[in-house]
Design a protein around this ligand. Structure first.
Ligand SMILES: Cc1ncc(COP(=O)(O)O)c(C=O)c1O
Length: 358
């Protein structure tokens, strides 16, 4: 008799994986919002050095890494939580907060993992449409909170639209939410926000017992392949997620690399500057092609194809070795999301798009 999977599995949506297409030449990978830059050389060295010790398990508490993060952000080490990617913190967070009958509120379209959190826990997803300018509708999200709501997700900047909600609005929102509702603010792209006080929401984690902020080393630090995320959270949240997941979830090489990456804030500044320059260039070129975009503050553009056939654009780009993310896989048809690469690759993308829109 074949094995019988439980009923929950069938309800979990399949995460839309980027296709890399069968292309002979060098790929332009604009589909996963990764960094086009390799890690800092000192980080690469830390990876090699740590690789010599992988006969040992990693520190399950990640203490040295958490202490480094705590010192960097002036937070109590007890409030630092680590994850095998920030995805793991999201998933474990849902596991400790949600059960069937509870409600999970989030904007839509937003990060494709969010529907998983409801599906895997049996909670009810409450998807609040973005505003016309592709931004979070915080008043509508507040109105969607009921006495069954246990968790609210705010993705800032939002994936896939790149839009950013001002911190003042989020602070007002959080202050208006009942104390027993967890507000998780996903700041995977916060480093790319121009001119903002990047760490402006961290005081909320200290002042309140219901706010979690997650971040990642996958984007700005160029460590997507190592899977390492972190968060600032109430102590009770941190302790609970440590209970539900496996003890060694952040591996030894990942801990060493991310700890070393924190020694190079100048490198982060350079990476940000380069991304902002490419963002400006790509957005200007898209406007010249007559394509509208959302007001992005991230390392990708959300492009309204203005009636062009989405499949034709995605496939046409793929034929040139350029992989973008189709809007319909992300919750909105007629759009594509493209992450910035280095300038040459961005030029290849714009030239190919020009040919397709001509
Ligand atoms: C909004 C958002 N949050 C979290 C993640 C996951 O990051 P990680 O690689 O740290 O799991 C992503 C990755 O694309 C993302 O877009």
């Amino acid at each position: 008799m074949p094995i019988k999977l439980n009923d929950t599995v069938a309800k979990i949506p399949i995460y839309p994986q980027a296709s890399t297409y069968d292309f002979g030449g060098p790929l332009v990978k604009m589909s996963s919002n990764e960094s086009p830059f390799a890690p800092h050389p000192a980080v690469a060295e830390a990876i090699t050095a740590a690789g010599r010790n992988v006969n040992r398990y990693p520190d399950p508490t990640g203490t040295a890494f958490r202490e480094k993060l705590a010192a960097t952000y002036d937070m109590a080490v007890e409030q630092l939580v680590l994850g095998n990617g920030s995805c793991e913190i999201l998933l474990a967070g849902a596991q400790v907060l949600l059960q069937p009958g509870d409600e999970l509120v989030y904007a839509w379209p937003s990060f494709s993992m969010y529907p998983h959190l409801a599906a895997m826990t049996g909670a009810t997803p409450v998807e609040v449409p973005l505003t016309e300018d592709h931004s979070h509708d915080l008043p509508a999200m507040r109105a969607a909170i009921t006495d069954r709501t246990k968790m609210v997700l705010i993705c800032n900047p939002n994936n896939p639209t790149g839009t950013f909600v001002d911190h003042d609005l989020i602070i007002d929102f959080v202050n208006d939410v009942p104390d027993d509702v967890c507000v998780l603010i996903d700041e995977a792209y916060i480093e790319f926000v121009e001119g903002s006080e990047r760490d402006g929401l961290l005081p909320l984690v200290i002042e309140r017992d219901n706010v979690v902020i997650t971040r990642t080393f996958a984007k700005i630090y160029g460590l997507a392949g190592l899977r390492v995320g972190y968060g600032f959270a109430p102590v009770a949240f941190k302790q609970a997620i440590d209970v539900v997941r496996q003890p060694f979830s952040v591996n030894l090489v990942a801990q060493a690399a991310a700890t070393e990456a924190l020694n190079h804030p100048d490198d982060v500044v350079e990476r940000v500057m380069s991304t902002l320059a490419e963002r400006q260039w790509v957005e200007t070129e898209l406007a010249e092609l007559g394509l509208k975009t959302a007001a992005t503050q991230a390392n990708f553009s959300w492009i309204d194809l203005g009636g062009l056939d989405e499949d034709a654009v995605v496939d046409g780009l793929a034929k040139e070795g350029i992989v973008v993310r189709a809007g319909k896989a992300l919750g909105a048809e007629g759009f594509v999301r493209a992450s910035y690469c280095d300038h040459d690759d961005n030029q290849r993308f714009i030239s190919a798009l020009r040919a397709l829109t001509a």
